[in-house]
Structures are given as C-alpha cells and as structure tokens.
Design a protein around this ligand. Structure first.
Ligand code: HGY
Ligand code: MN
Ligand code: MN
Length: 428
C-alpha cells in the first residue's frame, strides 16, 4: 500500500472537490441542487475533466445520471463486455445542504480510479453520479437509480413539480430524450454496486471509528397529508366556531412525535407544513404536511404509519375537518449483500481500523440498486452527527482511510473471480 501521505494528499483533494461542487447551487448563499436544475450541468462539467485523463469517457444518460467507465485489463479486451463494478452515489442535494451528502461518494469513486495510477483490473469500474436521490423537486426519490433498475414507468414521468413542470419536460429542457431512458438500464455485465457515503448520524463519532460497513438500510414511508377546514377572519370568528386546519395539523404533529417516541427504533418527521391562504390574520382553511417514517422492520413501520393516519382521522373528526393523504413512497428495508459486507469488513481491518457493522437510517441509492445487483455501502464518520445542513463535515484522515479501504476492496474483488463472474453468468 502506498505511503500514507499519498492517501492524505488525495483525501485533501477529495474534500476540496466536494466544496467546489457544493458551490454549484440554485441558491446564492446555500447549496440546493435538485433534479436536472442548471447547476447540475455545472457539476457534470466539473467532474468530466477529472475522469477523461484516466481513460474514462463521461456520458450523461437520459435521466441525467453521470456515467463513466474505466475499462478492464487487456485480457478482457476480446470479451463482448468485461464484468463491471459500479461505484457511485447521488449528485443532487436537499435545500441548505452540506457539502458531502451524496457527492462525496462520487468524488471518492473518482479518487479510487486516480489511485489505480493506470492499473487495470479484471473488471471495469463505472462511476455513477445519480441525478436525483433526495426526491426534493418531485417528491419522488431515487429517480436516477430507478432508471438503472428499470423501475421508471411512463406514468411517473408525468409527475409535476410545484411549478407544474413534469419530469418528462424537465428532461427535455435539460436537452435529454426521455425515450432513451430504457438505455440507462444496467447491463448484464454489472456484478455489484458500492457506495461510499457519510453516516449522517452520531454513531461513528460516539464509537470513535472512521468507517463502518452498512449491512442494511431502513425502510421508509413518505406521504403528504392535508387537513381541510374553513378559512375565516382571525378577528371576528369565535374560537368555538372555527374549522382551523393549522390547529388540527399542530395537534397531529405533536401526536406523531409522541407515537414515535414510544415506538422503539422508529423515527417520524413532519418536515414541512404549508397553510392556505397562509396569512397571519386568516384562519387556515387548509394545512398540507409531509410525513417521513423510518424503521428497520417494515411491519413496525407500516403499522406506525397506519396508527398515525388513524390519529389524524380522529383529530379531523373531532375538529370538523376533512382529511386526505397522498402516498409518495413506500420503500422496504433492504439488506446489503453479505459477501460484499464481508469484503468491506476485511478491507476496513486492513486499514488498521476496527470494522463496525451498522444499519442506515437514511435512504440511499444502494437500496434501489440492490433490487438488481449485489450492493453494499461504506459509511464515513460524520463529526457532530449533523447532515442535511451546512454544518455537515468529514475528517481528512477518515477520507484517507476510505480511499485506503476502497483500494483494498478493489484488490480483494479482483482476486474473487467467482464473485465478479458469477453474477454475469447467472444472467446469461
Ligand atoms: O432522506 C434520506 O434518507 C436521504 O438523505 N435521501
Ligand atoms: Mn440526503
Ligand atoms: Mn445521501
């Protein structure tokens, strides 16, 4: 293994690149980069010259994913298509984002190719930068990875953002062709997907560990819930004659929090509330809320969601309000591939660190990719445990460890022909 300083130098470059990419934003003073927004093109343009000198041509597929293949060694030149390992994460962000969620996984994938210094492996490596994982613009997450696993149907493309622009037209406006989305699908030679990602939580810092093996990803429900009452004058309407949608929503939000606090392992979040008409001197006639519920066990999660909707119905009935709920996502919990988890554990050990296995409370593209190919994740410590916020950060030593771990992992997979060949053979 190269001198530690080489990993440190490269780790410093990775961090600087993440910061540069975070400057590509829809907002002047914070980072927000949603599906196929103009700054996404700047990200593609910034990453491309990092890859092309490595003999890795860059393309953008029809859903806006950045794709770049580092070829396999010559012994596979005569093969129709060498086995291929995907390494990547997402390029989009939440509003007021940090500089590492998603993008670090793409920049680390590039760093591994750099660290190979032209060495070719018995498999190709494809760097993937997914166009949409957070689901901010259309309230539909994983659009990029869903295209790779063939789970993006025509009706989904008609989903509109708050400005009434459909996914289909957003693709066309970006200069891509929605008809070509099927060509974005994974091909048979892809045998695995790896994703480096920040933990986005407090655990690794508490354990004082730089890296972890992610062995499962929590399932998540995302839905929109509307309380419908009656707008009226704030000054003339007596309290007992009100149908106040905001008050109903407020009562429900506290009830959701209490329910989650009393359900071990469950997290539930009402992340946004919009009221109509939204004026200070008008009783809210309508309150539109989002609900995000996560748990490692799908049954516990879905029962909790049912309970929370039942609570909303009771509150609405008691207050003379109407209620409707619109599901956006019902994503099952996903185990990561056991062979890959074992390999990651061994690779972390070879960096001199104790390998810790943990589940992820955050959703990731790996949970979609796992539908089609063996997938696994490596977490990096998140100092302060803060994410989805500009305070999100990483330690340069941890990034250096992640690069070192990645290089061990590539060497280990390169000496596991039964693994990188098996998947392709199973498909044929
Ligand atoms: O919300 C999540 O779980 C992830 O950050 N997309
Ligand atoms: Mn995120
Ligand atoms: Mn993420």
């Amino acid at each position: 293994m190269p001198l530690k300083t080489e990993f440190d130098n490269l780790a410093g470059e990775v961090i600087a690149r993440c910061h540069k990419l975070s400057s590509f934003s829809e907002d002047a003073h914070s980072t927000r980069r949603t599906f196929l927004s103009p700054p996404m093109r700047d990200v593609h343009r910034e990453i491309t010259p990092w890859l092309e000198p490595l003999g890795t041509p860059v393309t953008v597929d029809a859903i806006g994913n950045l794709r770049a293949i580092y070829p396999a060694n010559q012994s596979h030149a005569n093969e129709p298509a060498a086995p291929r390992l995907l390494i990547g994460s997402h390029l989009d962000t939440v509003p007021n984002a940090g500089a590492y969620d998603g993008i670090l996984g793409v920049v680390l994938a590039v760093a591994l190719l750099q660290q190979l210094h032209g060495r070719r492996l018995p498999f190709a490596i494809e760097v993937v930068g997914f166009s949409e994982e957070e689901g901010v613009r259309f309230r539909l997450p994983f659009l990029g990875s869903r295209a790779l696993v063939g789970r993006l149907d025509a009706s989904t493309l008609e989903t509109c953002d708050p400005q009434g622009i459909s996914i289909r037209s957003a693709i066309e406006v970006f200069g891509l062709n929605p008809q070509e989305i099927p060509q974005a699908r994974l091909t048979d030679e892809v045998f695995a997907y790896l994703e480096f990602h920040i933990e986005q939580g407090p655990l690794l810092e508490k354990l004082n560990l730089p890296l972890a093996v992610v062995d499962s990803i929590a399932g998540q429900t995302r839905l929109e819930l509307r309380f419908l009452g009656r707008s009226n004058h704030a000054g003339t309407t007596p309290m007992d004659l009100r149908f106040d949608a905001m008050a109903g929503a407020a009562e429900w939000i506290v009830a959701v929090e209490q329910h989650a606090k009393h359900t071990p392992g469950l997290v539930a979040t009402v992340g946004s509330v919009q009221t109509i008409p939204g004026a200070g001197n008008v009783i809210a006639g309508e309150a539109v809320l989002t609900l995000d519920v996560r748990h490692q066990n799908d049954n516990i999660r879905t029962c909790a969601v049912d309970d929370m909707i039942h609570l909303a119905r009771q509150i609405a009935q008691r207050r003379g309000l109407l209620l409707n709920s619109i599901p956006h996502l019902n994503q099952s919990a996903v185990p990561m591939d056991s062979f890959l988890c074992g390999q990651i554990e061994a690779a972390i050990r070879r960096t001199g660190c104790a390998p810790h296995r943990m589940s992820s409370g955050a959703g990731h593209d790996a949970m979609v990719m796992a539908e089609k190919v063996p997938s696994a994740m490596i977490f990096l410590r998140t100092p302060g445990g803060v994410s989805h916020d500009p305070a999100e950060t990483v330690l340069v030593d941890d990034v250096a460890k992640a690069i070192e771990c990645g290089m061990h992992l590539l060497d280990q997979l390169a000496s596991s022909p039964d693994f990188f060949r098996k998947h392709a053979e199973e498909k044929n």
